[in-house]
Ligand binder design. Structure first.
Ligand code: ATP
Length: 241
């Protein structure tokens, strides 16, 4: 796998001259999972889009760098909040769309294994409209995990899943993305405390680094320190909202 860089973002962002966040300093550690939380509308998805160089509603004023000095967007894979599945393609064709768009021969064996791991083998010929919301999200996850990129940006990738499937998909993503530089946007303190090597809370005034349990992710769902940590994080988020 190519080098998974550390990424740093410093700066402020405004929409129509109104600040959304100011003085943000976010370090996304090399080869680790950084979980980004914060209240709805504070700008988490915007940060992902800034990192990817995608269009946003406002203007970012600051710096975005990788520790190896190379461009970031072209070696990143991205799972957006909406599944972005192409409605005229089957689930399997959607999962290999990245290779097809690059004019490469898709690795169908790998795709089938990924579809099996997300539990959708029985549905691989179906079009997106024949899938439930949670199934579509798992298809989008499989499509993202197919891409062997060193940088991975995930925007609430497990939000539509039932609790059991969510825990399974978290474990799968952690296994497949081991060693990559991952930024995960989530509203779920339990998810952040289970998966995060680092946790950051975005506020209008900047980033608050949140202490993580001493154990290494993926943490057990019943690990006492993880449970204490997620309870403290939930209390903080509730008080801050
Ligand atoms: N196309 C747009 N035009 C105008 N404002 C926008 C547009 N897209 C986003 N915004 C504004 O930018 C702000 C940040 O949006 P963003 O989606 O980054 O928030 P978020 O923290 O990811 O929210 P959520 O947790 O609800 O997904 C919001 O206040 C939103 O109203």
């Amino acid at each position: 796998m190519s080098h998974a860089p550390e990424i740093t973002l410093h700066g402020k962002y405004e929409i129509d001259h109104t600040p959304l966040f100011d003085g943000v300093s976010l370090r996304i550690e090399a080869g680790q999972w950084t979980c980004l939380l914060g209240k709805s509308g504070v700008g988490k998805s915007t940060i992902l889009r800034v990192i990817l160089g995608l269009e946003t509603a406002g203007k970012f004023d600051g710096t975005l760098t990788a520790d190896d000095g190379k461009p970031i967007a072209e070696r990143a894979s991205y799972m957006a909040q909406s599944d972005l599945l192409l409605p005229w393609l089957s689930l399997r064709e959607n999962v290999v769309i990245g290779a097809r768009l690059r004019g490469e021969k898709p690795d169908l064996d790998k795709a089938d294994a990924m579809i099996e791991q997300v539990g959708l083998t029985a549905h691989h010929t179906k079009k997106p409209k024949a899938l439930s919301g949670g199934m579509r999200q798992r298809a989008a996850l499989a499509r993202c995990l197919m891409e062997d990129r060193p940088i991975v940006l995930l925007d609430e990738p497990f939000s539509a899943l039932d609790a059991g499937t969510r825990a399974d998909m978290q474990s799968l993503a952690a296994q497949v993305l081991r060693g990559k530089t991952v930024l995960l946007v989530t509203h779920d303190p339990a998810e952040a405390c289970r998966l995060g090597h680092q946790i950051a809370v975005l506020t209008p005034a900047g980033i608050l680094p949140w202490p993580v349990p001493k154990t290494t992710p993926v943490r057990a769902v019943d690990d006492p320190e993880t449970l204490r940590s997620q309870a403290a994080l939930l209390s903080y988020l509730r008080a801050a909202s």
